[in-house]
Every structure is written in structure tokens, then in C-alpha cells.
Design a protein around this ligand. Structure first.
Ligand code: NAD
Length: 286
């Protein structure tokens, strides 16, 4: 099947980026949010992201306008009825995602692929909520979606080769490098990244070095663009804790056990850059 019309459910941090990149790459997009307020939030995020792309010379004004013209915004799930592919990017909650997949299964044509951007929910479990598990897969993008060059495709236990091939072509059409992971918690990137981030939190917890020195050491010592504690602030301490808990629950390996400091910071509302404070203070920059 030729993919032309793509539904994106959820226009939060990730969904708005997926909507933007999909529209910029020539697809028609139907973007769905729960209510008008959330829809407006998604539009604003997308417009400011496109504004930055324009300032940096990544797109022209005409390209931006054409991309915006390809997006239809809606709060009605029924408007996704004619989509050739649906990408789900709603909150990380298994029950809500299962309900949505069941609804999309009833709504869309049987051959339509239903993909999830989840970081930790089992793709096989989402497939089981539908009558088409062979058409259900993961498409795990990275924030900010228009900038980051990777999409991890995740193969559920019953996902077909054809579905993976079609999704690979879609990922490449979005100018992303495609990697394929099995349906295990964390896939490739978080499986390796989360223990590293938790290790950095433990280093702070045990006063091994200052936050700044841990970041500087890892940044300059390993040639990565930012240190682990800055990265944690960008990803979100709450998001990282959630993923670590899912991974620990699955593997029961202490490597994935969240250090008490991380849980305390999340409980105290220090979620990182998105709400102004994490390992660093961003309140003045807001
Ligand atoms: P977010 O909270 O910014 O956005 C979620 C959005 O989903 C909200 O705007 C909410 O209103 C909307 N929503 C909830 N239920 C909905 C429904 N039934 N229909 C339509 N919209 C609905 O979250 P996010 O950070 O964008 O994460 C979304 C997904 O992407 C999660 O599964 C997360 O694990 C995954 N993810 C996140 C990151 C990251 O860095 N934040 C990276 C990769 C993947």
C-alpha cells in the first residue's frame, strides 16, 4: 500500500515533532488531540519549531507554508478513518494506549499499519488489543524529532515482514536512519542509555563529583554533545524514572533500579528543563 495520508494521535512534545517532520517530508497529516486546548498547544509547539528551522535556513518560508497546508488538526478520532498509516504519540500509559489501538483498529481499513512511538510499552501488548497484530509495530522517534536523525522500529512478536518493510520506507522518507529492535523494554537506545544515566545520578548521590564536573567529564572525555545530567534534564527525570521502573520490573537487574535521589527529585517536582528545574535551574531562561 502506498502511504500518503498519515494520522498522528497526540500532539505533545513528540507528536508535534512527528507531525512537523511528516508534513515537511510531503505527507498529508491528520493530527488528533484530546481537546482544543491541547490542539492549540501542539500547533504552537510545531510553529515555533518550524520558526527555528526557518531561522537556521533548514527550510524556506514557502516550504514551511506548504507543510502547514498539508496538516489537518482535529479532536475527532473519526477524522483518521481514511489514513494509510497511524502513528500514536499519546501519554505513556498502557491502558490508554490499548484503548486507542482498539479504537483505531475498529476505525481504519484492515491493511493500515498502527505504529506506536512508545519508549517502554510492549508493542506485542498493543498488537493484542487489535485484530491485526501483524500490522502493529513501534516507531520510536527522538526529541526533537525534526533534528534527531534516528527512528528505532520495533518488531512485536507477531509483526509481519511486510509491515516492517513499509515502516522502514516511511522512516527513510522522513530522512531518518532506521534501526530495528525486538520488542524488549528500552529497545536499543534506552537499554544502553538508561543504566548510564542512572549511574550519573548515583555519582551525584554519593558525592563522587559535582553535577557540573560529571557533565564536563563525560562530555569532553567521551565526545558526546552533552553530559548525562544535562541529558537527563532534557529527556525529563519523570520520563527516565518511568522507563527505568518498567525495565527493572521486566529484568529485575539492579542496573535498572532507579537511585533514591532520582525518585526524590521526581516526587519534589524537579522534572527537568520542561518544568524549569532538574539537575540545573532553567527558570531564568523561561
Ligand atoms: P506529552 O505529554 O508531551 O504528550 C502527550 C500528548 O498526548 C498530550 O498532549 C495529550 O493531550 C495527548 N493525548 C493523551 N491521550 C490522547 C488521546 N487519546 N488522543 C489524542 N491525544 C492524546 O508526551 P511526549 O513526551 O510527547 O510522549 C508521547 C509518547 O512518546 C510517549 O509514549 C513517550 O514514551 C514517547 N516518547 C517520548 C520521548 C521524550 O523524549 N519525551 C522520546 C521518545 C518517545
Amino acid at each position: 500500500m502506498n502511504i500518503e495520508r498519515v494520522g498522528v494521535v497526540g500532539a505533545g512534545l513528540m507528536g508535534s515533532g512527528i507531525i512537523e517532520q511528516t508534513a515537511r517530508c510531503g505527507f498529508t497529516v491528520v493530527a488528533r488531540e484530546v481537546d482544543d486546548r491541547a490542539l492549540e498547544g501542539g500547533k504552537k509547539r510545531l510553529q515555533s519549531s518550524m520558526g527555528r528551522a526557518l531561522e537556521r535556513g533548514k527550510i524556506t518560508g514557502a516550504e514551511r507554508d506548504e507543510a502547514l497546508g498539508r496538516i489537518t488538526w482535529t479532536t475527532d478520532l473519526n477524522d483518521l478513518r481514511d489514513c494509510d498509516l497511524v502513528v500514536e504519540a499519546i501519554v505513556e500509559n498502557l491502558e490508554l494506549k490499548k484503548q486507542l489501538f482498539a479504537a483505531l483498529d475498529r476505525l481504519t481499513r484492515p491493511e493500515v499499519i498502527l505504529a506506536s512511538n512508545t519508549s517502554s510499552v510492549s508493542i506485542t501488548a498493543l498488537g493484542a488489543a487489535t485484530s491485526r497484530p501483524e500490522k502493529v509495530a513501534g516507531a520510536h522517534f527522538f526529541n526533537p524529532v525534526p533534528v534527531m536523525g534516528l527512528v528505532e522500529l520495533v518488531r512485536g512478536l507477531l509483526t509481519s515482514d511486510e509491515t516492517m518493510d513499509q515502516l522502514r520506507r516511511f522512516g527513510e522518507a522522513l530522512n531518518k536512519k532506521v534501526v530495528i529492535a525486538r520488542d524488549t523494554p528500552g529497545f536499543i537506545v534506552n537499554l544502553l542509555l538508561v543504566p548510564y544515566l542512572l549511574g550519573a545520578v548515583r555519582a551525584v548521590e554519593t558525592n563522587m563529583a559535582s553535577v557540573e564536573d560529571i557533565d564536563t567529564a563525560m562530555k569532553l572525555g567521551t565526545g558526546v554533545p552533552m553530559g548525562p545530567l544535562t541529558l537527563l534534564d532534557f529527556v525529563g527525570l519523570d520520563t527516565t524514572l518511568y522507563i527505568a521502573d518498567v525495565m527493572y520490573e521486566e529484568f529485575k537487574d539492579p542496573m535498572y533500579a532507579a537511585p533514591p535521589l532520582l525518585r526524590k527529585m521526581v516526587n519534589a517536582g524537579l522534572h527537568g528543563k520542561k518544568n524549569g528545574r532538574g539537575f540545573y535551574d532553567y527558570r531564568d531562561a523561561r
